[in-house]
Write a protein that binds this ligand. Structure first.
Ligand code: ACM
Length: 385
């Protein structure tokens, strides 16, 4: 590209080591792909877009020091974080430096930070549709298992309400370490064996989730009758688990790699061209990709990387993301997204069983989600198969 002046520099915070590296590697690669494409299209403001890398090692403390290092090195905005504990560690640094964090991961909601743009799902963009789907197709008994940190606690609180509003009950709620021992996993599996026919709602993350799903497979549960449902266990985790061990499990998210849009075909093609034909892409990776594209478009429109100018420009346009058209909401700083529910089919490939027919506005404080009568809610907004 023709470059005039110093590069526009951004920093990424995606772990290549630690418990969530299993899926953050895909997020990192997706962000890198966006930077590569932006540069091949001429860069930003006639300048190259330079990416500073890091490895926060799935650790909140390390995420904070890596964010400081990237901002000290001249990053004009940061992109990344998976676990809510890492986002919460990074945000005060970003705010103090008057910078921006683009956060591409589903999370528990109930947050607004002037310095944060949220491109992953808020609970009304995944958990609401999942609760509808589960209670309509899988009965009324649920067992919660989560990793021991903020997202699982808060997500379970919301899911408990959503299920109970639909007449379902939670028979047990247990937490295990982020890096669980084999004994911790075995104990939960034994409890589940005794719990009778329940659907598991898992807020386990990363490698701990992969190991739990593997133990679940080995314990011989009928995964079609007793699936594990989650908002997190996607294509990279299935790849790590082994495709045939995941059939029947359920995920709700705005994106699956099988989404049938022209933008997704181009995205998957470019991603696998860069990172290999077997490289799995997830909702969290897709958001890591399109949020860099959103930043680039906002910088072009604003003519500057100044934080307030970028924040003002972001809600003024829509972007054709792989999941469908997305747009940042000026009030909440969250993004209009496409809720979907999918079940893992043969060969580890998701099959979409329910999807929104239009983008759903973010409602991070759940002001609107449960207001409408149930029949209206599912028919008005959700397409179903
Ligand atoms: C998460 O911790 N937001 C998955």
């Amino acid at each position: 590209m023709a470059s005039h002046g110093a590069p526009v520099t951004i920093g990424i915070l995606f772990s290549t080591t630690g418990v969530t590296a299993v899926l953050e590697r895909a997020q990192r690669q997706a962000a890198m792909l966006a930077v590569k494409q932006i540069n091949s299209e001429g860069g930003l403001l006639g300048r190259e877009l330079l990416l500073l890398d890091s490895d926060p090692a799935s650790s909140p403390a390390r995420s904070k020091t890596e964010a400081e290092r990237l901002l000290d090195a001249g990053a004009e905005a940061l992109f990344g974080c998976y676990m809510s504990s890492t986002r919460k560690a990074v945000l005060p640094v970003v705010e103090a430096r008057n910078s921006l964090l683009f956060y591409p991961t589903l999370y528990e909601g109930f947050e607004y930070a002037p310095c944060c743009i949220y491109s992953g799902a808020a609970p009304n963009q995944n958990a609401g549709m999942l609760a509808d789907y589960l209670t309509e197709t899988h009965g009324d008994s649920y067992f919660f298992v989560g990793s021991n940190y903020v997202y699982p606690y808060e997500s379970n609180r919301i899911m408990r309400d959503l299920l109970s509003n639909r007449g379902a009950k939670v028979v047990d709620e247990v937490y295990i370490s982020l890096n669980p021992s084999d004994e911790e996993i075995a104990k939960v599996i034994a409890t589940l064996k005794n719990a009778g026919p329940v659907v598991v709602f898992s807020t386990l993350v990363g490698d701990g989730a992969v190991r739990f799903y593997r133990a679940y497979d080995r314990a011989g549960f009928d995964r079609h009758a007793q699936p594990i449902a989650s908002l997190t266990f996607g294509e990279p985790e299935i790849h790590a688990l082994g495709n045939d061990a995941a059939t029947g499990h359920i995920k709700a998210a705005p994106y699956f790699s099988v989404v049938d849009t022209a933008a997704n075909k181009a995205f998957i093609h470019a991603y696998q061209d860069s990172f290999g034909p077997d490289s799995p892409v997830s909702a969290e990776a897709e958001a890591a990709y399109f949020q860099v594209r959103l930043f680039a478009e906002a910088v072009r429109r604003a003519g500057t990387t100044d934080r307030m100018s970028v924040v003002k420009a972001l809600p003024t346009f829509s972007f054709e993301a792989p999941q469908g058209t997305v747009r940042v909401d000026a009030v909440t700083h969250h993004t209009h997204l496409w809720p979907r529910v999918a079940v893992v089919g043969e060969g580890g490939k998701f099959q979409i069983v329910r999807e929104a027919t239009e983008p759903v506005a973010p409602d991070p404080y759940l002001v609107e989600l449960e207001k409408r009568p149930r029949d209206d809610a599912s028919d008005a907004v959700y397409g179903r198969s």
